[in-house]
Design a protein. Sequence first.
Length: 125
Amino acid sequence: MAPKAEVAAAAPVVAAPIKKAKKNAGETINSRLALVMKSGKYTLGYKSTLKTIRNGKAKLLLISGNCPPLRKSELEYYAMLSKTAVHHYSGNNIDLGTACGKYFRVGVLSIIDAGDSDIISRPLE
C-alpha cells in the first residue's frame, strides 16, 4: 500500500476588493457638463463660440481632443485675449457630443452661464 501524502491545512482564501479604474476625473467633467446643458447657457460649434469669445460672453471653452491644430490655436489665442478659461477635453468630438447629450459631433463649445453647475468655479481635472 502506498504511503498517504499529508495535506497541509491551507489558509482561508480571502478575496481582495477589486479596485475600479480611476475614471473620477472624466465622470466629473461629464456630469458637470450635463448639468450645464440642463440648467445653463452654452453655444456649440466653432463659429458661434468665436462670436461669444469676441463679445466677451464666454466663461469657459471646451475643445475636443481631435480639434484641428490651427483651429485649436486660434480659439486659444482669442480665449487668451478675452481672459477666458480653456479646458482640453480628453475625448474626441464624438465623446464631447455624447457628453453634451447630443447625437452629433461637437468640436468646441463655450459656456456662457454655468447654471447650477460648478464647472467654472472648481478647477477641472
